[in-house]
Write a protein that binds this ligand. Structure first.
Ligand code: KIV
Ligand code: ZN
Length: 382
């Protein structure tokens, strides 16, 4: 079994989403929880972007006990100096620097030639290396970057001392097989690749961030950059809880993380409440419906044996138990189960009668709660 490092960017790529801005105290609370969750790297912010972000990175650096603390920079000297200053008390600091390498970024963002981009990449890594040992380089828009040029950049920054190579699918454009093939290409064509860790950083514009990250680690990447609840620019980033549980539920991949999965639901709630960003009910792993069963066929199966319709034990991700939701689509098994939970043992005849009454009420309201059941049972006796 090999480990995939989890690089959490909830407080950087996640927090830059409009409306998700956090105050300093909440950032520290979340950082502490992420550290306890077992993330390997915690990207705490973009220190040059504002005095508040500088202070957050500085405070998180003092607080965090286990994870590496990382600060983002552009390939700009001043950014790197400021990040190094903000990170100076971290037990293990990482500077994350980089530049756009795709045709469109080079031409429209930087108005620069590939040679000039290459020079700036080398200069940024060399400069960052003068402050910290651990330097991660991002090739922004690597998803749409020509593989041959990407290899050239990777090779050069490894020579300059980069310890991690981030291959972002910044626009969420890649298909999983393409993203996997890109990692494989880099593994096979970059001289010195054994000296660096390849990292996946995928955005979710086409809903493929998780699939792309998994394809990345299947083809040699050993770090995934992700956020709690998948929050992040536009459609978001790879969701931490999804990649962690995919690797855990599929032992044949031979890959695992150091994440304490029982803490996933709690931290998802914390991030959602702090950022006032509700988690969609059908969100994998942490959504309100992720372990809720509402159709009669599924409920009957789950009551007989949970595994018939659940591939994850809810307690493994910090959810107390699966829930059987009573709606007009529920069957007798679910009704008997929920009635028993609140103290009513119904025999077959009683159950038939209560069920008829239940359907009448259930057709009128969306869901039947424990508080409705005694009334339904009484009414069925009339
Ligand atoms: O999506 C991206 O390319 C990024 C980089 C700044 C790492 O977030
Ligand atoms: Zn990003």
């Amino acid at each position: 079994m090999e480990y995939v490092e989890i690089f959490d960017t909830t407080l950087r790529d996640g927090e830059q989403v409009p409306g998700c801005k956090l105050d300093a105290v909440t950032k520290l609370t979340i950082a502490e929880q992420l550290d306890q969750l077992g993330v390997d790297v915690l990207e705490a912010g973009f220190p040059i972007s504002s005095p508040g972000d500088f202070k957050a990175v500085e405070d998180i650096s003092k607080l965090v006990k286990n994870a590496r603390v990382c600060g983002l920079t552009r390939a700009v000297k001043k950014d790197i100096e400021v990040a190094a200053e903000a990170l100076k008390t971290a037990k293990r600091a990482r500077i994350h620097t980089g530049i756009g390498t795709s045709e469109s970024h080079m031409r429209f963002k930087f108005n620069a030639t590939p040679e000039q981009i290459l020079e700036r990449a080398i200069a940024a890594v060399t400069y960052a290396k003068s402050f910290v040992e651990d330097v991660e380089f991002y090739a922004e828009d690597a998803g749409r970057t020509d593989n041959e040029f990407l290899s050239k950049v990777c090779e050069a920054v490894i020579k300059a001392g980069a310890t991690v190579l981030n291959i972002p699918d910044t626009t969420g454009y890649c298909l999983p097989y393409e993203y996997g093939a890109k990692m494989k290409y880099l593994k096979e064509n970059v001289t010195g690749i054994h000296k660096a860790t390849l990292s996946c950083h995928c955005h979710n514009d086409l809903g493929l961030a998780t699939a792309n990250s998994i394809a990345g680690v299947q083809h040699g990447a050993r770090q995934i950059e992700c956020t709690i609840n998948g929050i992040g620019e536009r459609a978001g980033n790879t969701s931490l809880e999804e990649v962690v549980m995919i690797l855990r539920q599929h032992p044949t991949l031979n890959l695992d993380t150091r994440i304490q999965s029982q803490q996933l639901f709690g931290i998802s709630q914390l991030v959602s409440e702090s950022m006032a960003m509700p988690v969609q009910p059908n969100k994998a792993i942490v959504g309100a419906n992720a372990f809720a069963h509402s159709s009669g066929i599924h409920q009957d199966g789950v009551i007989k044996k949970r595994e018939t319709y659940e591939i994850i034990n809810p307690t493994d991700v910090g959810v107390t138990e699966s829930s059987i939701i009573l709606t007009a689509r529920s069957g007798r098994a679910a009704l008997a189960y929920r009635a028993k939970n609140i103290g009513y043992e119904l025999d077959k005849l009683q159950l038939d009668k209560v069920y008829q009454q239940f359907l009448v009420v259930a057709d009128q309201q969306k869901e039947i709660g424990d508080e409705d059941l005694p009334k339904i049972i009484e009414a069925s006796k009339i």
